[in-house]
Design a binder for this molecule. Structure first.
Ligand code: UDX
Length: 440
């Protein structure tokens, strides 16, 4: 099938490349000319394991191409995914400017049937708004008043891709959700995903849009629940790792997304929780539970900073080594990374920061202007007065702690992801502080 993806960011690019991988002819569109030029040379603008090889393969096979023109893509394909960004506004609303703009441009170029599919994460009722925008913007010669004379459908097909495992997540979906308003749209979407033989969940458009916000919000709720539990464990003197282990064997609870740490970040959870709270408020429901999820996420970083202030005694003029900047491992993405608030607060108190992240140092330079970027773990900890583990990269697991202790001014480790929970660092001469590991 001939398919266009409008918006070649983390979601659109992975979706387009994987659709080519399962046999479709795909055109990826982006407004950023530089990005499109690089993509045509298979230069990948994001770090996502496995993506680069697939781009090279399908450019060569000529089933994957790139353009800046929505008009060209609309003319060449009947199926068009809208995968542009929906950033948060100041009040938490999802900003749908780019979505509306793309819907308008598709409408203006339409001369035959189109299936327009929301891939971006959007609040409920967006599909209806896209439908209305298309009706009103179809070229006048194909329109009678406010009614398009060209048949088209709108659908919702939310993504559940995790950064760092997005290709794998696309190729092995737990389910594919499609929100449709016609049998024709359903048939086309079933055809698109057929090679994956997935569990298909077919709903109306509003329900599909809610499924996305609800899924991310529930995952964020699990994380905040684990983080709140870690605070209780600190006060009571219990071990969060044992608590969530004992909980997780219950199939109704499950082990995943119960890892206490310095909170969730990324381009999705913070934004989607905000947007879901706002959508609910605008429709007459005060989603108090999600507001607490958001507050707990903020408090978790604050309590980590408070612990550092307490144990360092004086933060001013101290040198702090940081391992990990990205919002999670296997990505270079710094959006809403917990490291941002933590480092900025410590800098405000006069600390000097030295940091190492295997992939995010380049992207981090746009966020942190005044930190020293080390080339490796040992460069980050040399002469530092304490070490913060903020992102649990695999390569931070088996480091030489003897060497670490020799290099550090003060052997104090604050482990924001409980990565070193089983290393017995106290026995090796460190002051070690994890998250929720008992009385602090
Ligand atoms: C998330 C959803 O998982 C995915 O389905 C959706 O499509 C996009 O948003 P992503 O944001 O890429 O994916 O990362 P994820 O692996 O979900 O982690 C999000 C944040 O939660 C990270 O900051 C991570 O460190 C944190 N996290 C995750 C925890 O703090 N504890 C956990 O147990 C799991």
């Amino acid at each position: 099938m001939n398919i266009s993806i409008i918006g070649s960011g983390y979601v659109g690019l992975v979706t387009g490349v994987c659709l080519a991988h399962i046999g479709h002819n795909v055109i990826c569109v982006d407004i950023d000319e530089e990005k499109i030029k690089k993509l045509r040379k298979a230069l990948v603008p994001i770090y996502e394991p496995g993506l680069g090889e697939l781009i090279k393969k399908y450019i060569k096979k000529k089933t994957l191409s790139f353009t800046t023109s929505i008009k060209e893509a609309t003319k060449k394909t009947d199926v068009i995914f809208i995968a542009v960004g929906t950033p948060s506004k100041k009040n938490g609303d999802a900003d749908l400017t780019y979505v509306e703009n793309v819907a308008r441009q598709i409408a203006e170029s339409m001369t035959s049937y189109k299936l327009i599919i929301e891939k971006s994460t959007v609040p409920a009722d967006t599909g209806n708004k896209i439908r209305r925008t298309v009706e009103l913007n179809v070229n006048k010669k194909h329109r009678k008043g406010t009614k398009s004379q060209i048949e088209f459908d709108v659908a919702s097909n939310p993504e559940f891709l995790r950064e760092g495992s997005a290709v794998d997540d696309f190729m092995n979906p737990d389910r594919v959700v499609i929100g449709v308003e016609s049998k024709k749209a359903e048939k086309i979407l079933r055809e698109i995903y057929k090679p994956l033989k997935p569990k298909m969940v077919v709903t109306d458009i509003n329900s599909a849009e809610i499924i996305k916000h609800a899924s991310n919000s529930f995952l964020a709720t699990k994380i905040s629940f684990a983080n709140a539990l870690s605070q209780v464990c600190n006060h009571v003197g219990a071990d969060i790792l044992k608590v969530v282990e004992g909980m997780g064997y219950d199939k109704r609870i499950g082990k995943s997304f119960l890892n206490a740490g310095i909170g969730y970040g990324g381009s999705c959870f913070p934004k989607d929780v905000d947007a879901f709270i706002r959508l609910s408020e605008k429709n007459g429901y005060d989603f108090a539970l999600l507001k607490s999820v958001r507050d707990i996420n903020k408090e978790q970083k604050q309590s980590f900073i408070k612990l550092i202030e307490e144990k360092l005694w004086i933060v001013k003029n101290k040198t702090i080594g940081v391992l990990g900047l990205a919002f999670k491992p296997n990505t270079d993405d710094m959006r809403s990374a917990p490291s941002i608030d933590i480092i900025q607060q410590l800098q405000k108190e006069g600390a000097k920061i030295k940091a190492f992240d295997p992939k995010a140092s380049t992207t981090a330079k746009e966020v942190f202007k005044k930190i020293t970027y080390a080339k490796d773990v040992y460069g980050a900890v040399k002469d530092c007065d304490c070490l913060l583990l903020l992102t649990e990269w695999d390569e931070f697991k088996d480091i030489d702690f003897e060497k670490l202790r020799r290099l550090m001014n003060q052997p104090i480790i604050f482990d924001g992801r409980n990565l070193y929970h089983d290393k017995n660092l106290e026995k090796m001469g460190f002051e070690y502080y994890g998250i929720g590991r008992g009385k602090v």
